[in-house]
Design a protein around this ligand. Sequence first.
Ligand SMILES: C[S@@+](CC[C@H](N)C(=O)[O-])C[C@H]1O[C@@H](n2cnc3c(N)ncnc32)[C@H](O)[C@@H]1O
Length: 315
Amino acid sequence: MHINKYIYCFAYDNTESELCKLESRYIFSKEEKNRLLFSNIKAEPSCSAYIKSRLDIISFSEHYSTLINEIKKESLRIEGFKVEYLVFDGDTTEYAERLKKLRDIGYSIEGIHDYYSPTITYALCYYEGIWYFGILNKNNLAWHKHKQKPCSYSNSISISIAKALVNIAAEANKEKKLLDACCGVGTIMLEACFAGNNIEGCEINLKICMAARENISHFNYTANIYHSDIKDLSKRYEAAIIDLPYNLFTRSTDNDILHIIESTAKITDRFVIVSSSDITNIITNTGFRILDYCSVSKRGKINFARKIWVCEKNG
Ligand SMILES: C[S@@+](CC[C@H](N)C(=O)[O-])C[C@H]1O[C@@H](n2cnc3c(N)ncnc32)[C@H](O)[C@@H]1O
């Protein structure tokens, strides 16, 4: 029986379901299903807004009693442990039975448990005929601190979209040289810096550029942010993220959009573009092909959706 090393649990609002699937295709090369994903790829839950936890599998079995014996064989000795039961799709185990099973596991580990501030959290779960036991790594939501950045901007995208854009652009490679081509106040850059990605930014408006720099240094990150029109950058990047100006507060015309896309196309062969209008024709006319696409609507705003394209240079 082939079993992957990790089980990822996902949590997301339905408006971001397509984006979560797009992100998981670029981190894991497959999509989550039923808010679950099995993989041998190790990813840090807090690098994504949608990964709730990662279970590092220690033991598994089709039979619960065999699983308990396997756990005992591990001779786990640890003070302050906690065990949680993860209820997955298709698991009909009743609450009282789940508590009993948690006790079985507690008795199979040496040490005193600590429910409120555990040193380690183990978890038990059942999915498609197999029991799993392992170490549970939760998304610690430390990136929520970025909500309190000193400078904000009405045109900023949400943190969850920002994190997904970084993962889609980087394709799980932290070394990849990324550019945030129209970085605004640096919402995307903050998430890239938090996750340890290699990113630089570019912003044409001096005041906004200064605000981005202040945001980056406020959290003790370091990243170059060029005060420049994107057309004047000559350094090459392995991928760029372009959160295009919307027509709301920054007045952008088709010419501005074309200018930004064509200028970015000169310094990278791959980009992830965000726009509120359909720019498929502009992308393809610039010599890029669309590899992937998704749409993210805004909760409570039926008429507003952000469209995201993953593009690569032809030939
Ligand atoms: C939608 S906003 C980006 C928001 C950003 N992602 C954030 O969350 O703060 C687009 C930004 O592109 C900048 N911009 C417009 N034209 C540009 C150009 N030619 N080169 C670089 N930046 C440009 C605008 O000043 C604006 O701040």
